[in-house]
Design a protein around this ligand. Sequence first.
Ligand SMILES: Nc1ncnc2c1ncn2[C@@H]1O[C@H](COP(=O)(O)OP(=O)(O)OP(=O)(O)O)[C@@H](O)[C@H]1O
Ligand SMILES: [Mg+2]
Length: 392
Amino acid sequence: MSTDRTAHTNPFVPGFGSTPPALVGREAEFADIEAMIGRVRQGIYEQPRLLVGERGLGKTALLIEVTVWARRQRLWQVDLQAAETGDLTPHLMRDLREHLLAHDRDARVVDLVRRALRVLSSFSVTYGVGVKLDLTKESGRADTGDLATDLGDVLIATCQAARSVGTALLVTVDEVQKMPGPQLEALLTAVQRVYKDRSDPRANLPFALIAAGLPDALDTIRHLGGTFGERVRVHELDMLSVPETIEALVIPARERSVRWDGDALDRLALRTGGWPVAVQQYGYDAWNAGTGSLIASTEVERALITAERALDRIYAGRLRDTTDRQRAYLQAMAGLPAAERTSAAVAKRLGSTSRAWGSTRDGLIRSGLIRPDGYGRAAFTLPGFEDFLHRS
Ligand SMILES: Nc1ncnc2c1ncn2[C@@H]1O[C@H](COP(=O)(O)OP(=O)(O)OP(=O)(O)O)[C@@H](O)[C@H]1O
Ligand SMILES: [Mg+2]
């Protein structure tokens, strides 16, 4: 039987930052965000959201899903991508300007829109952000030289304009762990100012912030001082369950009239450990291992080998981010059976005490490579990482 199963039609998307053919298992997080935005639009206070999870758990995929939805809802949205170097404000200002200019001729709201544009002008001049605006500055706004204050002025003026148009402003920040501390602090302080604005005594400004990052992002936020950590609602993304993994593999294939051998599918699903990036990689390699309408057992066997090699690059990247001591700790853990990976046992293998290795262990937990697993034990977070350690 002829099918659509060619390398060209492969529905699976290995790698990062792509939209999966079927986004599964994130219904609860999505529903929470949808409700948050619905409430924010009515002027009800809602905490910022932080999506945390290890590499490849689907933070960016979920953010993309949210932004696509938000665009349909006609929200004003700005999607920021943090980096260790570089400043997010030019991107923020450019996008805010776009939204405002789209309403610059709307007679009902033009005053607040024009005013927000003038505040943007002030900001651009104060910070030398190359955003072109043919407007005078709003004096006394966004010109103190204190980033938190000035950013707050811009966000407040923009949200007031958004409210007058009947919409809300949604800012997303991906890879928030990469954001330089002072920038992150300024952003969060500015956001607190937005929440405190009482230009309408009955309602909050319609503003929502969603950030996403590695597990230590939350730690970074807590360490900024203030009460930011408590004011953020955290969603820790989990690995997909086995039924969810199977769904993520079956739905895209079925849409192209391709079926899976049942036993082989179960084997493949288990091997992914429910790690979304692995689900896509294994699915992709299994698809490419043949051309028939059935993804057969022998094809899956081949995919198990090729996909593992592709995932090794991700593991190697994570390992590169660790210190020598952390690597020693990981190897010592891998040398013990899962049930025996207590702090004391791992330290003993390293010829020392758990106290001497405590900060190393904490660092690995913060970075998300291992997690506490009850009774003083630790477990590896990424499926397949342990095998990788044995191989490398
Ligand atoms: N819920 C999901 N169901 C199926 N596939 C998913 C899901 N979430 C993400 N994926 C797929 O997994 C891969 C990794 O996702 P994504 O890039 O969003 O991870 P991430 O958490 O942002 O990783 P990183 O921390 O490296 O940025 C992508 O190929 C994406 O298509
Ligand atoms: Mg990402």
